[in-house]
Every structure is written in structure tokens, then in C-alpha cells.
Design a protein around this ligand. Structure first.
Ligand code: ZN
Length: 142
């Protein structure tokens, strides 16, 4: 699902390159896409051109399940950016597809005090221009 309302908070948008475009635009199709080694099937994030497990250069984006678990998090109380009001949660989410693959993201869709380590979450996307930012929300709330 994609949030398209006009009162979204300000976000710092990533610089989209050929190497990471699959990640930032997969939300257009509702997919959290991560590079995957075509030889040993290892998921690779952040994107690199060589598989860290088997050194194969045959890597290609594939859709993950989009589900994961909160591995760690911190509640930010600092107003770093105008328009993005604290508090908000910055988290490391382990993907169910491969728990050692972690994504730095924000937890949305619940109160900051409700976030817990080990909480099941699933991806939600916020679209900004041609970028779909992957955030995670409680799995039972979406
Ligand atoms: Zn590999």
C-alpha cells in the first residue's frame, strides 16, 4: 500500500542510482526489492555488485516478502528536519527472508512507545515523487 495524502511529513530523499533503483522504486508495485545472488540465493543489502557469500557477480533484484522483525530501534526526539516532527522511531528491521539482512528504516503506524524489539512488522510505502520510501508498520495493524 502507498500513502499518497498531501500532508506527509518532510523526508530526506535518497539519491537514486542504477545500483539502488530497484530498492527505492519497488514500492510502485508494492514490492520491497532487495538484490539477491543468483548463484547462492543470498539476499544482499545494501546493494553491492558482488555477492559477499560466494563472490558471484550474478546479482539481481527480487521481491522480498516485505515482512520482518524489529531487531533494534531508537526513538528520535531531536527536530533535525523542519516538517518531520519528533518523536519518531528509527529501527533496524531483520527481513524474514534472511534475518541477517537488516534494513534501516522508520517504524510507522503505531505510537513510538508501542515499538518493541522482536515486534513483527511489514513494509508500507510512502511515495515522494519517483521514490517510494520503505517504512515498516506493525504486522497486525495493516
Ligand atoms: Zn552468492
Amino acid at each position: 500500500m502507498t500513502t499518497t495524502d498531501s500532508n506527509k511529513p518532510f523526508r530526506v530523499l535518497p539519491r537514486v542510482t542504477d545500483a539502488n533503483r530497484h530498492y527505492w522504486t519497488g514500492g510502485a508495485d508494492g514490492e520491497l526489492r532487495v538484490l539477491r545472488c543468483q548463484q547462492c540465493r543470498y539476499w544482499i543489502h545494501p546493494p553491492t555488485s558482488v555477492c559477499p557469500q560466494c563472490l558471484s557477480k550474478e546479482v539481481a533484484p527480487e521481491a522480498t516478502t516485505g515482512t520482518g522483525t524489529v531487531a533494534s530501534y531508537t526513538i528520535n526526539h531531536q527536530p533535525w528536519y523542519p516538517g518531520l516532527d519528533p518523536p519518531y522511531v528509527i529501527a533496524m528491521v531483520e527481513l524474514d527472508d534472511q534475518p541477517e539482512t537488516r534494513i534501516t528504516t522508520n517504524i510507522v503506524g503505531c505510537a513510538v512507545d508501542d515499538v518493541r524489539i522482536g515486534m513483527d512488522v511489514q513494509v508500507v510505502f510512502e511515495q515522494y515523487d519517483d521514490v517510494w520510501l520503505p517504512f515498516f508498520a506493525p504486522a497486525n495493524a495493516t
